[in-house]
Ligand binder design. Sequence first.
Ligand SMILES: CC(C)(COP(=O)(O)OP(=O)(O)OC[C@H]1O[C@@H](n2cnc3c(N)ncnc32)[C@H](O)[C@@H]1OP(=O)(O)O)[C@@H](O)C(=O)NCCC(=O)NCCS
Length: 178
Amino acid sequence: MTEIREYRDSDADSWLRCRLLSFFPTEYFDDVVVERPTFSNLAHRLVAVDHGAVVGLMDVEIFPDRATIAVLAIHPDHQRRGLATRLLDAVLPRLSVDVLDAWTRGDAGANAWYQRSGFAEEFRYLHVYKTWSDEGLVAPEGVDRVVTAFLQAPISAEAAMRERFGRVHICRQYVRRL
Ligand SMILES: CC(C)(COP(=O)(O)OP(=O)(O)OC[C@H]1O[C@@H](n2cnc3c(N)ncnc32)[C@H](O)[C@@H]1OP(=O)(O)O)[C@@H](O)C(=O)NCCC(=O)NCCS
């Protein structure tokens, strides 16, 4: 039985591997971290552990007016077995704010999971990548050329952004009232 428990410092390597493998098949494939992120606010950090390995993880950061799922990732070999739901069920009783939110891109699995877990979409905007083959981004003074860049834009600019850049993601805010 996979155990849901608090994150421990000794989980760090296994946690990073789980996050990397979970994000690899998604629109967050290159959102790689090589050190376990820390939080300046209070954060609930939970893991799902199977035979000593982290196979699921959820960090929830607490703000004065809300809590935000900073990361949720289930190892691909352990998905659709209820682990994300168990992590959510474990964190909910620890929250004393009225709102839990999360931000995600277009992956069908993530969107389906938030919708079936009581979240509703409230806001969307664009994550835009300038890759080496997208021309025409003016370099700041003193810079020869902008090779790659990560840009954010309003959803109203979607057509213009897709015309100009090869990689555009819609980022959605999901909100669950508690
Ligand atoms: C989204 C994610 C967290 C779901 O975790 P999970 O442990 O597989 O989810 P659960 O088992 O608790 O819930 C499964 C339900 O979620 C939905 N769901 C999950 N993955 C799905 C998929 N690939 N396609 C369609 N629905 C999916 C379905 O409703 C599913 O129920 P079903 O299997 O009876 O159809 C997991 O797929 C994941 O880590 N994805 C990669 C990272 C990611 O996108 N993180 C979240 C956003 S940053």
